[in-house]
Write a protein that binds this ligand. Structure first.
Ligand SMILES: NC(=O)c1cnc(OC2CCCC2)nc1N
Length: 328
């Protein structure tokens, strides 16, 4: 093939690989076999090796970086990452609702409720639709630069399905229960210390200085909030979640909008037992005021948003019971 034809074939392979990666790791609905995917990836890698000048940072071939970092650089979040206040039962949720409504006198209030994924909070920055940085939450103002490691998470797009000038998106990196069980079996065979739970395993896997180790850990990620953004003005949290999904992010499907706290409470309690059938660990649910204008009006305390709260499952079933992680 002449150089132009190679460039065209490389771009064609990239588009195909981005699409099939999205089908498999974001939608869980693959259209081709792993063998077919691997064949295309091998063809792309060999063409890029012949013509390295055609390599771009968002090429599917760039998911697993080469070098091992010496340590993690510290990076400043474009907007602070807050932690959530906790509600440990219906009374706490009613108190939260009273406080919200007292600060929004005479206004209708809707709540958007999501599952609370038990993983490691991460922040991703996309410039013109290309992933340029990944970071841990750290202290909320600065985090550790784990860009090379987040690139190995196949549920995280290297390129958005429609580019916008600037997007800082937040979510939870997590290890599915099955991957956790398999990893611990492996470690047991090798006489290595076991991870106590999937959250620790995810954190340990993301804070690896060698991205090749992270790449073997089968991590995934659900996105659920934005920090800095240019080129989009969502009106509600529900709309924001739809938009993130359209951009190509994996967004958790179990989310509902309610206009009263009693329905929120019933929904939270309905997950006490249901959660054990999920393929990932949740440690509660997150309740957010749905209107972003009302979120803005409510603002933040020193450490947490006034417009969101985490509902935690009751203590007797709170900690991750190892036997429940072994796949049912
Ligand atoms: N672990 C989760 O699944 C989760 C955590 N946090 C949030 O929202 C925070 C972020 C912005 C203020 C509220 N949502 C979630 N679903």
């Amino acid at each position: 093939m002449d150089k132009e034809a190679v460039k065209k074939r490389i771009e064609e392979l990239r588009a195909l690989l981005h699409y099939h990666n999205y089908r498999y790791y974001v939608l869980d609905q693959p259209e081709i076999s792993d063998a077919e995917y691997d064949r295309m990836l091998r063809e792309l890698i060999s063409l890029e090796q012949q013509y390295p000048e055609f390599i771009t940072p968002d090429s599917p071939s760039q998911r697993v970086g080469g070098e091992v970092a010496k340590e993690f650089r510290e990076v400043a979040h474009l907007k602070p990452m807050y932690s959530l206040d906790n509600a440990f039962g219906p009374e706490d949720l009613k108190e939260f609702d009273r406080r919200v409504r007292s600060l929004l006198p005479g206004q209708e209030v809707e709540y958007e409720v999501e599952l609370k994924i038990d993983g490691l909070a991460i922040s991703l920055v996309y410039e013109n639709g290309v992933l340029v940085r990944g970071a841990t939450r750290g202290n909320g103002t600065t985090g550790e630069d784990i860009t090379a490691n987040v690139k190995t998470i196949k549920a995280i797009p290297l390129k958005l399905r429609n580019p916008i000038p600037l997007l800082e998106v937040r979510g939870e990196a997590y290890m599915p229960k099955e991957s956790f069980a398999r990893l611990n079996e492996q470690r047991e065979e090798r006489g290595e210390p076991l991870f106590a739970n999937p959250r620790n395993a995810a954190a340990g896997s993301l804070r690896q200085l060698d991205p090749k180790v992270t790449a073997e850990r089968d991590l995934s990620a659900f996105m659920y909030a934005i920090g800095e953004v240019q080129g989009y003005e969502p009106k509600t949290q529900a709309e924001l979640m739809e938009w993130l999904s359209e951009l190509g992010f994996k967004v958790n499907p179990y989310r509902e909008v309610f206009n009263n706290i009693d329905d929120v409470i019933n929904y939270c309690q309905s997950w006490h037992e249901k959660r054990f059938s999920l393929p990932y660990v949740i440690d509660g649910l997150v309740i957010k005021v749905n209107s972003l204008a009302q979120q803005e009006a409510l603002g933040f305390t020193a450490k947490s948003p006034r417009w969101a709260i985490a509902y935690k499952f009751p203590a007797e079933i709170a900690e991750t019971r190892l036997k429940d992680i072994i796949v049912r």
